[in-house]
Structure formats: structure tokens, C-alpha cells
Design a binder for this molecule. Structure first.
Ligand code: SF4
Ligand code: SF4
Length: 278
């Protein structure tokens, strides 16, 4: 079973949920797809032993063949090419490696180069097969790194995916193919706003989902009312408590600190398992 843990915005406790869930289940695979700011390993403490570059292909123009007709730059929706007198400028950071420029070039002048945009690292932590991706500073395309991470999925294991915050392409890429999605939110008007957007995404992808409310006790009860009205299961409420914030700031997982939390996250997993199998 693949469980994605997502949230409409950053800082809602998504990583708290994903890492504690993994620690409570035990022998799982964990993919931290939040490649711009992966922080799951702060709590899992995996010893990273393997590293693999992630590359994308970028066009290079053969000046012997090119007649500067401009068809490639006209086609490129990402403005990654500009044809100027006697030159074609390539802006690698903007290129999405779609291959379209090669297809439209009438002179076969487009060749390809590789460009490294990030890295996938792998290690083990208490039986957890841990992977995270790191997008190089200044790079804008998280999706190729997420794809590289997802190629590591071992179908013989339960998989927990820590999804990037938001509702954009990296989120869709991370969630697609999951059996279940946990949406983590806070009981505030902002939390509700972002939760509604995230609900639209998972509904669109037809992935069953439930909600975890973090920092329960702050804000109001509108998230609970929304979930009840929409028939969305609330899987767990994590109360707003100083001790929890203190553990978080020290990189200590709740499931490590207390047997009670370990059990509660294990129950969340069993509930999801029941829901997915019925
Ligand atoms: S389409 Fe081909 S020939 Fe035309 S400018 Fe681009 S690379 Fe050059
Ligand atoms: S591969 Fe696609 S995105 Fe990149 S330069 Fe060519 S047309 Fe533009």
C-alpha cells in the first residue's frame, strides 16, 4: 500500500505525521518528495550511504545545421529558447525537456546535453528503507527529482510518501499512484482554505483520503464541521501542546518518545488499511 501524506501549505505538521506513521508501522519504504526542503530525516535519522545524481536533457543547437528560422523558440511554451541573429540562446533553467523543439526543427539542428538538477540519497533507519531527493539551489523543476524518487518504489513494501506542500505539479506527481492520501491541516481559517484546495486535488485524482488535524485546540471547529459535512474521515487529532513542539524542535519523533503515540499512529495505519481493502 502506498500512502501519501500531503498538506495544502507548509508548516502544518505533514512531516510529523509521515515520519511517525513510518516509525509506527516499522519495515516500510519512506520517500521524502519534498525535494526543495526535505526534512524527514531530521526525525528518522537514516544513515545515508548511497547517492545518485538526477539529470534532465537540455537542447544544444548545432550551428552548422541551424538557419535561425525561429520555429523552435516559437514552439517553446517555457521561453527556454530565443533566436537572435546568428545564434539560438538556450536557458537551461526554463527548459522542461519536453523534446518539442527537436520535433519542430526542420533542419535536425537540435542535439541533447545532460544537466544535473539534483540528487537522490538512500539509507536505512530502524528497518525503514529511506530515500529523499534534493533539488539543487536555484533549480525550479522538482518533478524530475520526484520521478527519480518514485522509480525507487518497492511494491513488496508499504510506502509512505512525504508530499511537497501546496497543490501544484510536484504535489500531483508525488500523490499520483497512491492508494490513500492523508491530508494534514490545522484548525484555522487558513488551514481550512488550503484543506479545501487539497481535497479538490485528491478528489480529482480519485484517491481515497482522510484528514489529520494538527495543533488541535488552536483556532476554531470549522475544519471539523467541513469534514463532517463532506463525509471526510478525521483519522487523528494532534493536540497543541508545548511538549510536542519541544520534541519537534529537537528532532525527536513522537512515536519514539511515547508508546501511546506509537500506538495511535499504528491505529491510523490499520484504519487506512481497512478502508483501502474494503
Ligand atoms: S528550429 Fe532548428 S533551424 Fe530553426 S532556429 Fe531552431 S534549431 Fe535552428
Ligand atoms: S525541450 Fe521543450 S521546454 Fe526545452 S527548450 Fe525544447 S521545447 Fe522548450
Amino acid at each position: 500500500m502506498i500512502i501519501a501524506v500531503a498538506s495544502g501549505k507548509g508548516g502544518t505538521g505533514k512531516t510529523t505525521v509521515s515520519t511517525n506513521l513510518a516509525l509506527s508501522i516499522g519495515k516500510v519504504q519512506f520517500l521524502d518528495c519534498d525535494v526543495e526542503e526535505p526534512n524527514a530525516n531530521i526525525f528518522l535519522h537514516a544513515k545515508l550511504e548511497e547517492q545518485e545524481d538526477v539529470s534532465v536533457r537540455i537542447p544544444e543547437i548545432d550551428k552548422e545545421k541551424c538557419d535561425y528560422c525561429g520555429k523552435c523558440s516559437e514552439f517553446c511554451a517555457y521561453n527556454a529558447l530565443a533566436v537572435v541573429p546568428h545564434n539560438v540562446l538556450v536557458f537551461p533553467e526554463l527548459c522542461h525537456s519536453c523534446g518539442g523543439c527537436e520535433l519542430v526543427c526542420p533542419r535536425g539542428a537540435v542535439r541533447w546535453n545532460k544537466r544535473t538538477i539534483g540528487v537522490v540519497e538512500h539509507g536505512q533507519a530502524e528497518g525503514i528503507d529511506f530515500y529523499h531527493g534534493l533539488l539543487n539551489v536555484g533549480e525550479m523543476q522538482a518533478v524530475p527529482v520526484i520521478k527519480a524518487l518514485k522509480r525507487k518504489i518497492d511494491k513488496n513494501k508499504h510506502v509512505i510518501i512525504d508530499v511537497p506542500p501546496g497543490t501544484s505539479c510536484p504535489v500531483i506527481e508525488s500523490i499520483t499512484g497512491s492508494d490513500y492520501c492523508i491530508l494534514v491541516t490545522e484548525p484555522t481559517p487558513f488551514g481550512l482554505h488550503d484543506l479545501k484546495l487539497a481535497v479538490e486535488v485528491v478528489k480529482h485524482l480519485a484517491i481515497p483520503f482522510g484528514v489529520v488535524i494538527n495543533r488541535d485546540g488552536i483556532g476554531d471547529d470549522k475544519v471539523v464541521t467541513f469534514c463532517q459535512d463532506q463525509d471526510i474521515p478525521i483519522l487523528l487529532k494532534i493536540p497543541e501542546r508545548k511538549e510536542i513542539a519541544h520534541l519537534y524542535s529537537k528532532g525527536i519523533a513522537l512515536a519514539h518518545e511515547s508508546h501511546e503515540w506509537h500506538e495511535m499512529f499504528a491505529l491510523v495505519f490499520h484504519r487506512i488499511q481497512d478502508e483501502v481493502s474494503t
